[in-house]
Design a protein around this ligand. Sequence first.
Ligand code: C2E
Ligand code: MG
Ligand code: MG
Length: 696
Amino acid sequence: MSTEHDAEIALLQVLLDASLDAAIRIDSSGLIQGWNQQAESLFGWPRVEVMGRAFYDVVLPQRYRARLISAFARAQTPTLSSVRLETAGLHRLGHELAIELTLTMIKTNRAVEYCAFFRDLSVRHQMERDLLLAQSSFESVEGMLILDADLSILKVNVAFSGITGYSATEAIGKKSSIIRLNQPDLRAFWEIKNRSPADMFWRGEVQDRRKNGETYPVKLSVMAVANESGHVSHFVLAFVDLSESRQSEDRLHRLSFYDALTELPNRMLMLDRLQQALISSERNQSHGAVLLIDLDDFKNLNDAMEHKIGDQMLIQVTQRLKGCLYTTDTLARLGGDEFVVILEELDAQSSIAAEKAEIVANRIIETFSEPFDLKGHSHPASAGIGICLFKGLAVEPSALVTRAETAMHHAKEVKYNAIRFFDAATQATLQTRFTLTEWMRQGLPQQFALHYQIQTSSQGVPFGAEALIRWQHPEQGHISPALFIPLAEETGLIIQIGAWVLRRACEQLVLWSHRSAMQHLTLSVNVSPKQFHQSDFVQQVIDALEQTGANPARLELELTEGMMVRDVNAVIEKMLILKRHGVRFSLDDFGTGYSSLSYLKRFPIDQLKIDQSFVQSVLDDPHDAAIVRAVITLGQSLGMAVIAEGVESSAQCDFLRANGCKEFQGYLFGRPLAVAAFEALVEQKEPIFLSALALD
Ligand code: C2E
Ligand code: MG
Ligand code: MG
């Protein structure tokens, strides 16, 4: 019996030793009775050390023991011969191993035993992971295909089908269209017989054709795969469809070079085309022309109607302009309602070229004469056109456009629908303006000074002065403010000039405050529109007053009507803040602007200043006399003081006084004077002008 049992056990041990898996024999109380070679190498324990020990303790991590006990229980079920599970084993060194465990119950004639077979899963898991990785990288966003050595398709991925339109079934077994591509170096690549390592790879851009016939750009890389003997067995192809990125490049290109509304070239592209035109004009010695077209009153239309209507108008204008041009001419939109036309190869002779350009300009004006249909509204249009001829590379493209722009502004000065050429005289003006601006910039503030013109009551008593800027250029001598102030206003330099004037005036007020004859004087300072509309203008005035210590009640700011038409509430707000500080306001050149009398009373104005043009013709022109009378009455009824400026003769003065004017300024009383001369004039006991007031 015992021998029989021993024989059975011996047989079992032989089987165990022969097993390719790690195998352990366990008795019914879970103690290890057999341990083969593979178990030694899998778990790291030599057989002698584990024999008779508890099976769970040796080969299983603590956390899996419960699972194993229930597996044991299942293995005892009579209907089941074995139980298989994937679990973790425990190595002698403490790390876990991925294993597959098969537990088999063995009944010997003496007892029940178990055989546990362990298979190391880590290698299998690694292979599975590799496979998954390979598969997922094959299923990338790139189209991929694998060809055999004869260039037949073995495998394609999903992206391949998405890009080409061919399903895997349609593709596999066929020759890829990519192979037939007529790309000489790619064709040569397939043909290479003995490949060096450098010949294993090809990369480039090709045009492929989709199933639907559409061709599209492709970035393709091909890798030849060689087997152990060095022969190419496969080709792996990966490709990217470039058509979308091309489209977005195109879109980007369009956005940066074309106007979104009209789809015309924008300024940047136009300048580039103009540069090309200049180069070819240089080559063929022929004149071309730049036409700058600006719609009249477009701003009004845009303000009055919804913007969509304005857009509609611009689109229709574009259509009509195109109708006036050859397709080879360049039409561009500079922005707003400004368009540019570039005409090339007009003529070698400038007069003929000018004539031809004018014909096109006239055609454009004519095409606008037909009213535009804007959502049922019929809208008439007109334009001003400036033309600048060019020949060769003498003038920069942007300078040419500026010239055409200058000519356009001249056209606009005249009337609607005017055409003007840029000429040398215009250029000279432009040059002067440019030079003047530069001089101004350099000369500020050393070459500038304030002069003061006296303001008196009807009794001849001085009560104030107007500060007037003077510019003494070292070479050019005196330059009139009537010339440089408007230019400074345009260029924005007025901001610096204005700030300087304000500070100088405040400093002067402080100096006068220490002199008894002068301390009662108010000082009027001219404020330009751009200066006044600065967001921090109020603060600038307050700062100038506080930093110099001038008395705000002595400062009067001269505004003009033009400043009071836009942002009315903001203007009033600014004036009110300054008024609260004690600053006074005078309305300069009154009568020349367009302000509506009805809202004049909304502004906190202390003084109206009758413009000198009315004063000077008050005796000759009954209309001007009527205006002067009306202004005086208006001032009186609104509770504002009225001052007449530009009073040159006692006759003018008499008329004004007779009509109730109480304040005067003009050459009759004194010219604008440098500060010392002005102070001397005020301090005179018997002012020279008293004779003019003898009638009192
Ligand atoms: P405005 O403010 O109307 O100044 C009056 C102008 O008339 C001054 O010319 C003055 O010299 C001149 N004038 C005064 N009395 C008589 C007269 O009896 N007869 C004649 N024919 N003219 C007289 P000015 O100094 O050449 O200034 C011209 C304009 O320049 C000023 O007109 C003003 O608008 C501007 N301006 C002058 N100084 C400044 C300044 O500091 N800042 C700003 N923003 N503008 C200034
Ligand atoms: Mg003034
Ligand atoms: Mg004035």
